[in-house]
Structure formats: structure tokens, C-alpha cells
Design a protein around this ligand. Structure first.
Ligand code: F0G
Length: 356
């Protein structure tokens, strides 16, 4: 058949699975790498956008979740648990639903986007709002999985990273080699770690000749990797990356150093500006956290760090429809009110400034 078979079947020889593995898939992966002339013009580089919002639950988490749930089932788990800022919980609930097992999801109270909350609930996850932040939720999920029969599916579970590394394979397949730079949003740094692993494996396999310089971006109010210390009360409108104590801290620093990489911090204002540029000039609508990578690219290009003509891949991690409220706001924070007209062509033409 010509249908994409999900990352486990497509990359079975590069993942820890056998013919007997009970694969749980929703057809994740195979996402478009979209050439972006508008971003290329703005930066002088050759820019490609890896649109991970095209996954089944609308984020890159599905690549890791197909592996994590598959391996959980292989180990006989009847229930999984995760901490989440929203996307992991949506993905865990969907894959657990497909597999017919329970998913308990712990989220910070009042701090996840409405679309993600709705996803976890409609997929029948056991959604629990915790009176704390993501880092508190992760501590709880680790403690519960250590003491109760629930299997942890956060990215501290290596199966998640293994599934997520497949995104790098896809980038290399399209470009014919690794890009010179890879830009990516960072929360726990699990995905940053996963791409680095994927590129390294592609070098070892002879598919790529180089490791891209890995450039990761956090929100300014939640930038522990940039500041070099835990952030106790992380804040940002990009709730997906509102994380003060990244789980993959050490792995991420190793990957940055090995790739001549970089971690930067982006203000919420710049995140929203990049979100509007990407949607308005490239046609790709992403949630705010995902726009941190685009903002990072624009900022680094402005700083003169990106050589003309360099090949740049930019991962945008989650779909804009998960958290659409930001689309209805202007740059100065006021609400956008679409114009209302009577049923009259001349009135529409006038609003559009058209003359016959
Ligand atoms: N972008 C989005 C849209 C995310 O949801 C996340 C993480 C990240 C980027 C950062 O990825 O943690 O691997 O560095 N979301 C997690 C969640 C924390 O619970 O959905 P990371």
C-alpha cells in the first residue's frame, strides 16, 4: 500500500523492535519539510520548516508516543502515566485509547491550552490538574511510576527519544544530507537530544556527512539552559515550554558542545511576532512554543551568525489550532475584530479597497 505506515514500521531497522512487537500506531511521522522562501529572504539562508503539527494529535510527541506505548504494551503495562504541559498528555491519551489501556496525565492547573485539555479528555485520559508547575508534575509522575503499576511515558523514558529521533532521518532523506543548522524549541530538551541522536545515527549509517549546529530556544521567562540554573517559577505565554528544570539537561549540554550549538532565550513578544510571520508569510500556523525556533532563527540571522546560503532546518513542534487565542490578538495585545458588512457586494468591495 502507498500509505505511510508510522515511524516504527518505516524505521523498524533503526529502532528496538522485532517482528513480535505489538505496534501501536496512528500513522505518525512522515511530516512535510516545507521550503520557506519568505524566511530564506529574511535570513539569507536556505530555510526549511519541519511541520510537526501535521502529526495525528498535532505535535511531535506522537513520534515518541508510538514507541513508548508500544514498548509499554510489550512489557505488559495496563496503565501509563505522564506529566505534561499539554501535548504529551494529548498524545499519551490518544495512543493509550488506541491500545485499550489507561493513561493518567498530570498537568499544571490552569496552565495548559484549551485544545490540549480537550484532547486529553476526549481520548478518555484520566486528566488530573496539579496545583503546581510542570516540574512538580514530573516529580509526581516519577514517584507514582516508581511505587505503583503505572508505566512512565515522559521523555525521561528512552523509548520516547528513540521514536523522536526519526524526525532527523526524515530531514536527511529530503535534503540529501544533514542541514548546516537545526533550530528547535526547547523545554525538557528531549527533542533537542532526539534530533542530535538521529543525525549522529545517520552519520554512522552513511546517510549524512555532518552533525548540524544544534540551536535550541527557550522562552525568556523559562530559560534554565541559557541561565545555567533551575528557574523556580517559570513563566511564558508559550505554556508548552513553561519548564524550569529540564529533564534532559545533561544530554542537551553534551549535544550543544558536540555540535558547536547554542541555547538562546526569546521574549514572549518575539515568539508571537515569529508566529505571525510564519503564519502570514509561509502559511504555517503553529502554537506559540513552536515559534520560538523561528524567532531564534530570525534573531541569530540578525546577529550575523548564519552564513549566506547555509541550509537551515527549523522544527515547529505543535499545531496552532491547539491554542488559537493568540491568532486573534494584534501585536500590541488588543483583540482583533473582523469587519462586519451587510449582504452587499459594493460594501465588501469598499472594505477590500477594490475598484471595478
Ligand atoms: N514544543 C512543544 C509544542 C511542546 O509541547 C514541547 C514540550 C516542546 C516544544 C519542548 O520539547 O520538552 O522535548 O524540549 N512539551 C512537553 C509536554 C513538555 O508535556 O507536552 P522538549
Amino acid at each position: 500500500s502507498r500509505q505511510w505506515r508510522g515511524v516504527i514500521r518505516e524505521y523498524a531497522d533503526r529502532l528496538d523492535v522485532t517482528d513480535a512487537t505489538p505496534i501501536v500506531t496512528l500513522g505518525e511521522g512522515g511530516t512535510p519539510l516545507i521550503h520557506a522562501p519568505a524566511l530564506s529572504r529574511r535570513t539569507g539562508a536556505d530555510v526549511w520548516v519541519k511541520f510537526e503539527g501535521m502529526n495525528p494529535t498535532g505535535s511531535f510527541k506522537d513520534r515518541g508516543m508510538t514507541m513508548a506505548i508500544t514498548k509499554a504494551i510489550e512489557h505488559g503495562a495496563k496503565a501509563v502515566i505522564c506529566a505534561s504541559t499539554g501535548n504529551t498528555s494529548a498524545s499519551a491519551a490518544a495512543y493509550a485509547a488506541h491500545a485499550g489501556i489507561r493513561a493518567a496525565v498530570l498537568v499544571p492547573e490552569g496552565k495548559i491550552a484549551m485544545g490540549k485539555l480537550g484532547q486529553a479528555i476526549i481520548h478518555r485520559g484520566d486528566l488530573i490538574q496539579v496545583q503546581g508547575n510542570f516540574d512538580d508534575c514530573l516529580d509526581l509522575a516519577r514517584e507514582l511510576s516508581a511505587n505503583y503499576p503505572v508505566h512512565l511515558v515522559n521523555s525521561v523514558n528512552n523509548d520516547r527519544i528513540e521514536g523522536q529521533k526519526t524526525a532527523a532521518f526524515e530531514v536527511v532523506e529530503v535534503l540529501g544530507d544533514a542541514p548546516d543548522f537545526h533550530f528547535i524549541p526547547v523545554g525538557n530538551a528531549g527533542n533537542y537530544t532526539a534530533y542530535t541522536r538521529g543525525y549522529r545515527e545517520d552519520i554512522a549509517a552513511g546517510n549524512a556527512t555532518k552533525l548540524p549546529r544544534m540551536f535550541g530556544f527557550q522562552a525568556a521567562g523559562s530559560a534554565p539552559l541559557v541561565r545555567g540554573e533551575v528557574v523556580k517559577d517559570p513563566e511564558t505565554i508559550a505554556t508548552a515550554i513553561r519548564i524550569g528544570n529540564p529533564a534532559s539537561w545533561e544530554l542537551a549540554l553534551e549535544a550543544r558542545d558536540a555540535s558547536d550549538g547554542y541555547f538562546g532565550a526569546i521574549t514572549d513578544e518575539k515568539i508571537l511576532e515569529a508566529q505571525r510571520i510564519l503564519a502570514g508569510e509561509v502559511g504555517v500556523f503553529v502554537e506559540p512554543a513552536s515559534a520560538a525556533s523561528v524567532a531564534g532563527l530570525l534573531e541569530r540571522a540578525e546577529a550575523g551568525v548564519i552564513p549566506a546560503g547555509a541550509t537551515v532546518a527549523v522544527t515547529v513542534t505543535g499545531h496552532g489550532l491547539k491554542d488559537p487565542q493568540w491568532a486573534l490578538r494584534t501585536a500590541d495585545g488588543s483583540d482583533i475584530q473582523p469587519t462586519v458588512v451587510p449582504v452587499d457586494a459594493a460594501a465588501v468591495a469598499e472594505v477590500l479597497g477594490l475598484s471595478a
